[in-house]
Design a protein around this ligand. Structure first.
Ligand code: SAM
Length: 317
């Protein structure tokens, strides 16, 4: 399609009009929006109950760090269900700003820190949480190596993330609800998203978005498919003690168990990893997760956060 300096191609604009959605009012787009913290809290419904099956009944005194917690809404939801001590940790000082004031709990603190250099001594942490962040790390394997360093032997790494081929793993829900659109070739996706900006915000916003290049249009994600991610995590000293594929739509309840469709019909993957002395000798595959999901289905964690914290801010000038 011939690029024009004045407007996107007609076909692109038509497609863009069909694909555009307004963000749902109950889903704040950005971490800094009013209500994001409370919305985040809601997304954790049922999750601590799922994690608790891997934890001791008496959690008093356990140290739990939530790596890349964002504003910490989910950390607070977990902390309110446990006697453990929680630390919400994120590199973004602004996102964490209101965590403590909103939390009002003695067992929750927050810390501005980098996931690749956790300010904790080796072998000092009981539980590491890492929720909806793996897809954002440039080097998830290095981040997991750092999480394994701080964990005690026998400690737990509990994570959840949208697998790359999940319908909405592109974090583009602020713009469109077309599933799997993020799997389009980068150039095509970019042109289509730019056309959506044109249709929604007009020619000058479109020009500004184009001038900034692809930054902000989903490009902050590492685009690592599930199996590659699993193979990377398995290099670290962990045993996979549990996993759960969260279904996308009613159809996903069945299709998440079909080998070719498992990743594409799961909105999120929960992994429970126990820190061991050496890396696991067996390979973890989608099949492993599917079998574990069958046996773990009685407690259902809620879906992952695949919208928000990613909408590009179009500068006003
Ligand atoms: C989508 S938010 C997830 C927030 C929260 N865990 C949740 O589930 O709602 C991803 C967060 O990862 C954080 N992040 C990305 N890279 C990081 C790093 N290297 N160190 C610490 N935080 C990081 C971002 O600042 C952002 O707040």
């Amino acid at each position: 399609m011939e690029p024009s300096p004045h407007r996107p191609h007609r076909l692109l604009r038509r497609l863009a009009r069909v694909g555009l959605v307004r963000p749902r009012p109950d889903k704040p787009v950005d971490e800094l929006d009013d209500g994001y913290f409370e919305w985040e809290q809601g997304t954790a419904a049922g999750v601590w109950e799922y994690y608790a099956r891997f934890l001791p009944a008496d959690q008093q005194g356990l140290l739990v760090i939530d790596v890349a917690s964002g504003p910490g809404g989910r950390t607070l939801a977990h902390a309110s269900k446990s006697e453990a001590r929680f630390v919400a940790l994120d590199q973004d000082r602004v996102a964490l700003r209101s965590t403590l004031s909103k939390a009002g709990r003695e067992n929750l603190n927050c810390l501005v820190a980098d996931a690749y250099r956790l300010p904790f001594a080796t072998g000092s942490v009981d539980v590491v949480l890492c929720e909806n962040a793996m897809e954002h790390f440039d080097d998830p394997q290095a981040a997991v190596a750092e999480m394994s360093r701080v964990l005690k032997l026998g400690g737990l790494l509990l994570m959840v993330f949208p697998p790359w081929r999940a319908p909405y793993a592109g974090h583009l829900g602020y713009m469109t609800r077309w599933p799997w659109i993020h799997l389009l070739p980068a150039e095509t996706l970019s042109s289509l998203l730019e056309a959506m900006v044109y249709e929604r915000e007009g020619p000058s916003a479109w020009q500004r978005t184009r001038a900034r290049g692809r930054a902000g249009l989903g490009s902050h994600l590492n685009r690592i498919p599930l199996q590659v991610l699993l193979d990377g995590i398995r290099q670290q000293p962990f045993e996979l003690v549990g996993s759960y594929l969260v279904p996308e739509w009613g159809l996903g309840r069945i299709l998440r168990f079909v080998p070719a469709f498992g990743e594409a019909f799961s909105s999120a993957v929960y992994l429970a990893l126990r820190r061991s002395a050496a890396p696991s000798s067996s390979r973890w595959t989608l099949r492993t997760l599917q079998i574990q999901t069958l046996f773990h289905r009685k407690v259902r964690p809620d879906t992952a956060v695949t919208i928000g914290a990613s909408a590009p801010r179009v500068p006003s000038s």
